[in-house]
Design a protein around this ligand. Sequence first.
Ligand code: MF3
Ligand code: CO
Length: 290
Amino acid sequence: MKKIGRNDPCWCQSGRKYKVCHMAFDEKLQKYALEGHMVPDHDMLKTREQIEGIKESSKINIAVLDHVAENICVGMSTEEIDRLVYEKTTGLGGIPAPLDYDGFPKSVCTSINSQVCHGIPSADDILKDGDIVNVDVSTIYNGYFSDSSRMFMLGNVSEDAKRLVETAHKCIDVGLEQVKPWNFLGDMAQAINDYAMSNGYSIVREIGGHGVGLEFHEEPFVSYVTQKGTEMLMVPGMVFTIEPMVNMGKPDIYIDDDNGWTVYTEDGLLSAQWEVTVAVTEDGYEVLTW
Ligand code: MF3
Ligand code: CO
């Protein structure tokens, strides 16, 4: 960490002197670091202006998912969902973040039933009665990134599938309860994992959430299977996703060999996921997308 003078302007761009702004904060952070905890770098902490930018991006992100919610139906292909997402996002002045990201060929991820995440929309994949599908929308607007996903239940869904989808939704609330300054990401992870396991489900270990805002995927990696009191300290200005993948059976997964993207449950059982972008505030959290 660079040494800043007491009377120098604070690194947070508030325009205030360091000693009355983030000096005590930095000392506290330093104390945690010396105890061996992971603490965020200053550049992981968003300024007020950056949070405002992410919020504008989030508004489009939410509008796109609302648009999908209004139109999704049995008989529709996931390619049509891709079109809905592309048209709505660009119509509102945004860019779909997945398009061409690391070679991803479409504007949105659509993951059906035993697909865990990163499903690629296709004209061949037709939504049928009883399917559960995750639609994961990531948006760039004015250089700012937002990311959220919802589950959709098509037609007559089994009670088992419904319970999985509802539990995955509740996992977000359970996680949010732990989001506040000076808690650890592991506090959130354990709360989510305990809740999923108490319902007889498991959480995917290899894939998790991420910092987001100035880039699509920023540090830190956000796990939902780690222990209370571990992982990075949460402090105001951090923005990250909560997006646990909840499996009906075992947590094990594999990636589709042919397309290199789509993640499936190893045991072929259902998986469900909801995702929000959340900002840590002075006294808790603010959900930016839902
Ligand atoms: N929300 C997903 C994630 O953060 C979106 C991935 S888009 C893809 O992993 F292009 F990487 F598939
Ligand atoms: Co994400």
